[in-house]
Design a protein around this ligand. Structure first.
Ligand SMILES: NC(=O)C1=CN([C@@H]2O[C@H](COP(=O)(O)OP(=O)(O)OC[C@H]3O[C@@H](n4cnc5c(N)ncnc54)[C@H](O)[C@@H]3O)[C@@H](O)[C@H]2O)C=CC1
Length: 380
């Protein structure tokens, strides 16, 4: 395969990132120190405890710069990021200060490769990045609120640490099955975490999330253990590209690990609602059989829909059915060349599932999942 050589700017940007990688922690701290020194007022847009936020913004900027040679992917990623930043209260005039802090941190921690050309390449990249974000936010402002208030309707405990939360938004919330939203609780102001919708859009407008309370997970523990009917949380705009292409007739191969089963369930409802009757094969993975908290619902769906198959894969204890890593089980039942794959679960599962599927011949453009770095924060 002929990989296109990077543009001169992309080459300089990648070289800076390679230099920064081993000292990314220090560069991140310095980035925020510079930012708050120059614009103390921006401190209020961030959570009180910065450890939770730490490198998210800095990493998002680096991820964007890394796509500078791929305008399609760059625009899609940044437009979503720009819209998503409205809920933090970010204004167009805040972007120059962010750019200065970014370049200040990079020039200090990548000093070995920093030249006037490198700086010029970063200035050009940041100008493109910030303009796409600003434009997307401005366009979104015309049609959508910066965030939605949502009242908890029910909090149903499924296992010791997994809860199903149902909420009602104050205004209509348009989204697609397979997408996710950032969620903020009243107990941890300005700390946002991503959760996938566990059902397709419903006639009653209610939204559902599956949340596992993970150790040291502020938002997840608050949602599982404190959110009760009447609690009000905030939601950012819908995001994510793991949605069904209804123009295609291909079967869907769905891998859901742990609470990653939530959007898979939404996809099944979406296929059913469109009357597509495409084959949908679900592999539902968990560490222990007792963690397959949503199996009953999936089996009920299977009883209604002859085109749906559901297989469970338990990795850490010997069950009566399939054992071992989720991707291996999928390989056993292949080939899947005529399917589109939908992957949802822990980052490690997504990475190894992509590797397995590509290895057994599935073209990578048929594999859908959301950005792993976004989902890492989803776990907390
Ligand atoms: N749209 C998405 O991609 C969504 C992702 N998630 C993420 O899914 C995760 C769910 O966590 P838990 O319920 O605690 O699941 P878990 O950690 O108990 O694992 C669930 C499944 O993934 C497999 N797995 C875990 N690590 C793996 C690895 N490195 N390689 C191969 N397989 C691996 C396990 O064997 C099991 O089958 C969270 O990180 C959450 O952020 C949750 C909802 C939606």
């Amino acid at each position: 395969m002929d990989a296109k050589p990077p543009s001169p700017d992309a080459f300089l940007i990648r070289r800076t990132m390679d230099e920064i990688a081993p000292v990314a922690d220090k560069a991140t701290s310095y980035f925020y120190a510079l930012l708050f020194l120059r614009r103390p007022d921006l401190r209020d847009l961030f959570p009180a405890a910065m450890e939770a936020q730490r490198d998210r913004l800095f990493r998002a900027l680096l991820a964007a710069a890394d796509r500078i040679d791929d305008p399609g992917a760059l625009t899609e990623y940044l437009a979503q990021l720009g819209r998503g930043h409205r809920k933090y209260g970010t204004q167009a005039h805040d972007y120059p200060a962010l750019g200065e802090a970014l370049i200040g941190a990079l020039s200090r921690y990548a000093s070995a490769v920093w030249t006037a050309q490198t700086e010029a390449a970063w200035v050009r990249a940041y100008t493109v990045i910030s303009q796409i974000m600003i434009d997307a936010a401005a366009a979104d402002e015309k049609t959508a609120p910066a965030w939605w208030s949502a009242e908890v309707v029910s909090n149903e405990r499924r296992t010791r640490d997994v809860a199903v939360l149902t909420v009602r938004t104050d205004q209509p919330y348009p989204f697609l099955a397979g997408q996710y939203a950032a969620v903020e609780t009243p107990w941890w102001p300005r700390v946002w975490r991503h959760y996938s919708f566990a059902s397709a859009p419903r006639a009653d407008g209610l939204l559902t999330f599956h949340v596992r309370a993970v150790p040291a997970g502020w938002v997840s523990n608050a949602l599982v253990n404190r959110a009760a009917p009447g609690s009000v949380i905030r939601l950012g705009p819908p995001a994510g590209t793991m949605t069904v292409d209804h123009a295609s007739a291909s079967g869907l191969l769905c891998l859901g690990g742990g609470t990653g089963i939530a959007p898979i369930r939404a996809l099944v409802e979406d296929v059913a609602a469109h009357g597509d009757r495409r084959s949908v094969d679900i592999f539902y993975g968990a560490r222990h059989a007792a963690d397959l908290y949503d199996l009953d619902t999936l089996l009920q769906m299977k009883a209604r829909h002859p085109w749906l198959s559901v297989r469970t894969v338990v990795s850490d204890t010997p069950p009566d059915a399939l054992t071992g890593p989720l991707p291996d089980a999928v390989e056993e039942f292949g080939p899947w060349e005529t399917h589109d794959a939908y992957l949802s679960g822990p980052p490690g599962m997504i990475r190894s599932s992509v590797d397995t599927l590509v290895r057994i011949g599935m073209p990578s453009h048929r594999i859908r999942h959301d950005l792993v770095h976004e989902l890492v924060s989803a776990a907390k």
